[in-house]
Ligand binder design. Structure first.
Ligand SMILES: [Zn+2]
Length: 285
């Protein structure tokens, strides 16, 4: 029996290596957003998050922010919830038109998922059928995904997953460059390969450079708990203005691309963290 489980674990780890994350910021991007968010929680929200987090997270939301990526290999229904596809070259997003899965089922996209798990979490403290730990981990992850510009990308290139490029001298696809490579290169070059230093730099910008904008990021119209349509609309615009811009099949992306896009990545990580915190604060009161 032990051997059977060992084989299962080896198979799972192998799967994770063979199919690296192509549907979300990488581990670091998600962890950055969740750690920024957790540092901005009200006392009540902080207690609720602590209560809902699994023990192994050690009260660090950042430790489990990529859980949704790890389970999508066996929770197949969740795979469509990491992104939204828009019509090619249109550069705008509309819920009724774009939030659906490959079978056309409405609401099955990252925006619908954010609405759904927010709704579930509003049952915290009440008798509920929902698994609110899962709801918290899904919401925290999908709030990250919706802020990755190419998670609201064009349909036919699957959010730039099908656009092959070179990241300096390594073969890569454009989606992965935004999930992982820009962040990794920044950490290596500017932050001594230290995620904590990058988080501190972003936190510094939130309190200084972007301080006038933060209120606007946090606010939703007409007292909604959450407004992911806005985040998705910003996403496809950034995808057009910065992600896809100037890139064709086999483009070589080096310092020009990296240094001009890094501020966009940092901004989206900041917005993701600030908005996740604001949302959890509204949910838990
Ligand atoms: Zn994801």
């Amino acid at each position: 029996m032990m051997a059977y489980y060992k084989i299962q674990i080896v198979a799972l780890v192998t799967l994770m290596i063979v199919f690296p994350n192509t549907q979300g910021w990488g581990e670091d991007g998600h962890a950055i957003i969740c750690r920024i968010a957790q540092s901005r929680l009200s006392n009540t929200a902080s207690e609720a998050v602590k209560d809902l987090l699994p023990k192994y997270a050690e009260n660090d939301l950042g430790n489990v922010c990529s859980w949704a990526d790890h389970v999508r290999f066996y929770l197949h229904w969740s795979a469509a919830l990491h992104f939204a596809d828009t019509p090619d070259n249109l550069c705008n997003y509309q819920y009724d038109r774009d939030c659906k899965d490959q079978n056309g089922e409405k609401g099955r996209c990252v925006v619908g998922a954010i609405n759904n798990y927010t709704g579930q979490l509003l049952n915290y403290g009440k008798e509920t059928q929902y698994n609110l730990t899962q709801a918290l981990l899904f919401l925290s992850h999908f709030m990250g995904d919706v802020h990755q510009p190419l998670h609201v990308g064009f349909t036919s290139d699957r959010g730039a997953n099908l656009i092959d490029v070179h990241w300096y001298n390594r073969k890569q696809n454009l989606h992965h460059v935004w999930d992982v490579n820009i962040i990794e290169t920044a950490e290596e070059r500017f932050y001594d390969t230290n995620i904590g230093d990058y988080i501190n730099a972003i936190q510094g910008n939130i309190t200084k450079t972007w301080s006038d904008e933060v209120k606007g990021w946090e606010t939703c119209d007409s007292n909604e708990t959450i407004c992911p349509n806005i985040y998705a609309s910003e996403g496809i615009k950034a995808a057009c203005d910065w992600g896809y811009k100037g890139v064709t099949e086999n483009s070589v992306l080096e310092d020009d691309y990296f240094l001009s896009r890094l501020p966009i990545v940092s901004l989206r990580l900041a917005q993701g963290g600030v908005r996740l915190a604001a949302t959890l604060n509204r949910i838990f009161g």
